[in-house]
Design a protein around this ligand. Structure first.
Ligand code: BES
Ligand code: MN
Ligand code: MN
Length: 465
């Protein structure tokens, strides 16, 4: 069913109607660029996405557009600063996307986007090209029809969010003046379960590490050596098992030291959201939800830290059997963190704990693959309330306030490095298959999102400075 929204003034709606096909074609062009930041062979594609975005910003009427070198995949900057006396917002999104494997589980090729009913299917169609495109198209419509924006805007789009934004943090610190603004809009979140408009007030942080376990220099015959040497895969399995108890608690000493406990008010806010755990399990397609005992699923997702194996490999992977003791075994392991856990400190605890339980006969190496801090933004901040009014006017109901389980590595930096308040909103539906096969965006949400951005900016324009 098409997402319903309140129309803007007739001239803007007429413009949006007349440009609908071109807009969709442009969105598809964006999704066609395989800007996978994690894979070095896609570096040129990331650059192409940045250049495409810069061209699209210019065509929309944005000025001082620049593809900016930051040491990694380029940033895209552009601004429009002619709303004298009005506030300035800094709008953030990311043009990079996640890898596409397992490829055979896609209904259609990930970078050949197709429209199926109300869905646009393709890698990045939702995360985060939808939100970027919505903002740029809303800007284009306002400039084309009204000849101006209600406030001053600086766009900052990056290409390394999905691989922990290692170059953006220092760049923010070095570009404080250029980024001067009254507040930051991060548009890289989405709607709540049931496709309910939402403002996100919390993100989890992240610690990501790779664990490499080395035994003998080469694979060994498991007949000749089984029972005689340590097996790196067995050892890795035992170490992973020691990281988390059956009650869902992480067993790394010190892991919970800095966790700020949920207050009664926090817990009431989670409980007030329209959410049914059994139905959620059905939607995901799992027999039941599990996790840390003593907390609801929404509390565990938005307000509690956790640890997960993201990938594990080693030894023989082919058809049939091969009798070896593998030389090595490996795992990618990440922790989702909450206030006030520090990713660097958690990495040290993780590394030291694995070091202490690594058995004789193997060597265990733990390498950091990056991270990000958790963040919380106050619901009662005037900017959050202004955004809420814009969403309410568009969708006919006030948004829900949610604490998300996902992470945006630089999310916290806008506040700590630039000293700016942050508002997080975006338009993908919650079941968009982000990071998974058949990622999709609801085109009703996309069109409604353009109207919502216009209204949110009008509301933000009236904020006292
Ligand atoms: N858009 C997501 C963050 C997100 C996820 C917000 C779910 C709200 C709900 C972002 O692109 C993302 O996937 N971030 C990564 C960061 C990681 C690679 C450091 C994540 O959360 O896994
Ligand atoms: Mn994202
Ligand atoms: Mn993502």
């Amino acid at each position: 069913m098409t997402t319903s929204f309140a129309a803007l003034e007739p001239a803007v709606e007429a413009h949006l109607d007349a440009t609908r096909d071109a807009r969709l074609a442009s969105y598809l062009d964006f999704v066609r660029i395989p800007s996978i930041s994690a894979l070095p062979e896609h570096a040129e594609d990331c650059r192409r996405a940045a250049v495409w975005l810069a061209d699209t910003l210019r065509a929309a009427g944005i000025e001082h557009v620049e593809v900016v070198e930051s040491g990694g995949h380029p940033l895209v900057y552009g601004d429009w600063l002619h709303a004298e006396g009005a506030p300035t917002i800094l709008v953030y999104g990311h043009y990079d996307v996640q890898p596409v494997d397992p490829l055979d589980q896609w209904t259609s090729p990930p970078f050949e986007p197709v429209v199926v009913g109300e869905r646009l299917l393709g890698r990045g169609s939702s995360d985060d090209k939808s939100n970027i495109h919505i903002h740029v198209m809303a800007t284009a419509a306002m400039l084309a029809v009204r000849g101006g924006l209600p406030l001053n805007v600086k766009f900052l789009f990056e290409g390394e969010e999905e691989s922990t934004s290692i170059h953006l943090d220092p760049w923010l610190a070095a570009n404080r003046e250029r980024l001067a603004a009254d507040l930051v809009v991060i548009s890289d979140t989405g709607f709540f379960e049931g496709n309910i408009p939402a403002i996100t007030t919390g993100l989890r942080g992240m610690m990501y590490a790779q664990v490499d376990v080395q035994g003998s220099p080469v694979d060994l015959h498991s007949g000749g050596y089984g029972g005689v040497v340590e097996n790196p895969a067995n050892a890795l399995a035992r170490m992973i098992a020691a990281l988390k108890g059956p009650d869902g608690r992480v067993l790394i000493p010190g892991f919970y030291d800095d966790v700020v406990a949920l207050t009664d008010a926090d817990r009431s806010a989670f409980a007030a959201l329209p959410f049914d755990e059994a139905e959620h399990a059905r939607t995901i397609g799992v027999p039941t939800l599990v996790g840390e005992v003593g907390f609801t699923a929404l509390e565990r997702r938005g307000g509690r830290p956790t640890l997960d194996v993201n990938g594990i490999w080693g030894g023989f992977q082919g058809e049939g059997s091969k009798t070896i003791i593998p030389a090595t075994a490996h795992a990618k392991i990440s922790c989702r963190l909450v206030t006030a856990q520090d990713p660097d400190r958690i990495f040290e605890l993780f590394r030291d704990f694995l070091g202490s339980i690594s058995p004789p006969g193997v060597t265990t190496t733990v390498t950091s693959l990056g991270g990000g801090r958790p963040s919380l933004t106050p619901i009662d901040h005037p900017a959050t309330q202004a955004a809420a009014r814009g969403l309410a006017a568009t969708f006919g109901e006030p948004p829900v306030y949610i604490r998300e389980g996902g992470s945006i590595p630089v999310g916290a930096s806008f506040e700590t490095t630039l000293g700016l308040p942050v508002v997080l909103y975006g338009f993908p539906p919650p079941n968009d298959n982000a990071h998974a096969p058949d990622e999709w965006m609801d085109l009703g949400n996309y069109e409604a999102g353009i109207r919502a951005v216009v209204r949110i900016w009008e509301e933000l324009a009236d904020l006292p400075r």
